[in-house]
Design a protein. Structure first.
Length: 404
């Protein structure tokens, strides 16, 4: 629900006795201070709740930190870590280049807010990965290395009994559509899928093509209600039909390997939840098609416009942003990277006129080990930052610790 419009206070008009004299305010004694702690509880709650309507949960927490009375007047997010009011919707956590110790940079893809956050809790755990919705997936430093989901805006954590596997590349998501939160972990080396409730878990082994599809769906936010949809099997069949028409390599269509520019079989499919709609973005050689999938009757339909949004796709992740809040990002466009050897460039595809162009004349990324590092001098553009987020994924600290 949209936030209510704020009242506009018009400047008051005060008549001066002598217009040539400057107006002065009366001097208050040094002991006269506003007792904000005595503000009525209903007013405190009204102000606090206004922050929640704009996803500014951090501001809500700052308000609660002011004094004891304000904490008593507002709900404590740590009392119920699954309370939807306090979940970090539409926040992402940017990559290693913007980390310093326990300090992280978060971006809200809907409101355009940037937030530097000091997170001392990260010293006590290994960071496994982060989710598209702004959560950290952590693990205990001691065996059996049980998982823990961390909300960086409230400081709340949700413990799980599932042991985190010691694999370098682990993707994950957390879903609150059910009575208990559902944690999903995907292991790129073993192709294992872990699905866990706080007190129980199960592990599934999948062959590579099936695993790749599940990973694309989960990382794109397609978890929870999507898996029980009656027409999902038909949707998958139609998506694979498009892949066949493009002569896409069946083992690469959902792969997280970066496609090589100019390769005849580099078609890739990206799946995402777009405001409650399932989108399939299929990128072929010089061609991008966007489909909306109706999971109830199993149909695909071409999308001609995403209006005031832009979508960033990469071989690891994809996300949508509100271009009203990011003026340098063009609406109704798909941003993606093309890889050529050890470098990569950012391209832009306009959905309406189907025009394709590079974002900059120079190379944007250089490959260093497994990561694609931005080569431009700082400050980086928001397009570069979001593109980097889609093609890089952090290695599990648990796996790195065991390797060393």
């Amino acid at each position: 629900m949209a936030a209510a419009a704020a009242d506009v206070l018009l400047p008051s008009k005060r008549q001066k006795n002598n217009p040539s004299c400057l107006g002065t305010l009366p001097v208050l004694p040094a002991t006269a201070t506003a007792d904000w702690s005595s503000l009525q509880p209903d007013i405190v709650r009204h102000i606090a709740n206004s922050f929640l309507t704009t996803d500014d949960v951090d501001c809500y927490m700052d308000l609660r930190a002011v004094c004891h009375n304000w904490r008593c007047a507002t709900d404590d997010p740590k009392d119920d870590t699954s309370d939807p009011r306090f979940l970090p919707y539409r926040w992402i956590i940017l990559n290693d280049a913007f980390q310093s110790g326990t300090r992280r940079l978060l971006v809200n893809t809907s409101t355009g807010r940037f937030l530097h956050r000091e997170l001392p809790l990260l010293r006590d755990y290994y960071v496994i990965t982060t989710t598209l919705t702004g959560f950290f997936i952590l693990t205990d430093r001691s065996p059996p290395h049980a998982a823990r989901v961390f909300n960086p805006l409230t400081g709340g954590t949700i413990p799980f009994t599932v042991p985190v596997p010691p694999e370098v590349n682990v993707a994950g998501s957390i879903c609150f559509d059910f009575t208990l939160p559902l944690l999903t972990l995907l292991c790129d080396s073993s192709h294992k899928l872990y699905m866990a409730r706080p007190d129980q878990f199960e592990v599934e082994d999948h062959k590579f093509p099936v695993y790749s599809f599940i990973r694309r769906a989960v990382v794109g936010g397609l978890i929870g209600r999507w898996w029980g949809s009656a027409g999902m099997a038909d949707v998958i069949g139609k998506i694979l039909g498009v892949a066949e028409s493009l002569r896409a390599h069946p083992l690469k269509f959902f792969s997280t390997d970066p496609p090589e520019m100019g390769s005849a079989d580099n078609a890739r499919c990206f799946l995402m939840d777009f405001g409650g709609h399932l989108l399939a973005i299929i990128k072929g050689q010089g061609l991008i098609q966007v489909f909306k999938c109706d999971d109830e009757n199993g149909t695909l339909s071409h999308v001609k416009s995403i209006i005031k949004h832009a979508i960033f796709i990469g071989h690891h992740r994809c996300l949508a942003v509100n271009t009203d809040m990011f003026p340098s990002i063009e609406a109704n466009c798909i941003y993606y990277t093309e890889h050529l050897g050890s470098s990569a460039r950012i391209w832009k595809f306009n959905i309406e006129d189907r025009k394709v162009e590079t974002v900059s004349e120079a190379v944007d990324f250089a490959k260093k080990d497994k990561q694609f590092v931005l080569v431009a001098d700082r400050p980086f553009t928001i397009i570069q930052l979001l593109s980097s987020y889609t093609i890089n994924i952090q290695d599990s600290e648990l796996a790195l610790q065991q390797i060393t």
